[in-house]
Design a protein. Structure first.
Length: 197
């Protein structure tokens, strides 16, 4: 397998201490680098940017300086891996705000007559994996709640800008993890990194 360009988006909003999302991302990175893949990491919690409050701001305001490198890394990547915990049934607001900021016209979409053209996707030829941690059992989240936040991310954000295919890794019952559980998931993420999946 030829080396792939991979960007990891660490979407855990707490940068004050390590969490399972950070350990999973580190394990994925280790596996990817062992296999010769090129890896860059975007740590959303360490970036400074405001929330967008209008369509006019999304279409016409300047991209915050802290996000210029993030856009460059996403443009560089062939494969994108997003990590985040489920908070109140969805991705944390900080990650959603980051995605809204970076998915601007002339980056995520082409523009015609000054307006985004959603049929002209700007991030085609990229695959993705979404790695999500949660307190509930992953099967309950997948089958009872229908993994709604992950499906929304796949369909309404990643899919609409051209990123496909998108695979998911759901890590449940994290509050009850035993050492063997953590080791098993870290090994799984390392293997995914080795395969750039």
């Amino acid at each position: 397998m030829s080396p792939k360009r991979i960007v990891l988006i660490q979407g855990h909003p707490d940068a004050t201490r390590p969490h399972l999302c950070h350990a999973l991302a580190a394990s994925y990175t280790a596996g990817a680098e062992e296999a010769g893949h090129l890896v860059r990491c975007i740590k959303v919690a360490e970036l400074d940017f405001p929330l967008l409050r209008s369509q006019q701001a999304w279409e016409g305001s300047a991209l915050p300086a802290d996000l210029e490198q993030a856009q460059a890394d996403i443009r560089w990547a062939e494969h994108i891996v997003l990590f985040f915990p489920v908070w109140l049934g969805d991705m944390p607001a900080l990650l959603k705000g980051f995605l809204e900021q970076v998915a601007r016209p002339d980056f995520a979409f082409e523009q015609e007559a000054g307006q985004a053209t959603f049929t002209k996707k700007g991030l085609k030829n990229r695959s993705a994996r979404v790695v999500v941690t949660m307190g509930m059992p992953a099967l309950i989240y997948r089958w009872y709640f229908r993994a709604h936040s992950v499906k929304s991310l796949q369909r309404n954000i990643l899919g609409i800008v051209g990123i496909a295919p998108v695979h998911e890794t759901l890590v449940g019952m994290v509050d009850d993890f035993k050492p063997a559980d953590g080791s098993r998931w870290l090994a799984k993420l390392r293997r995914l990194g080795q395969r750039a999946q």
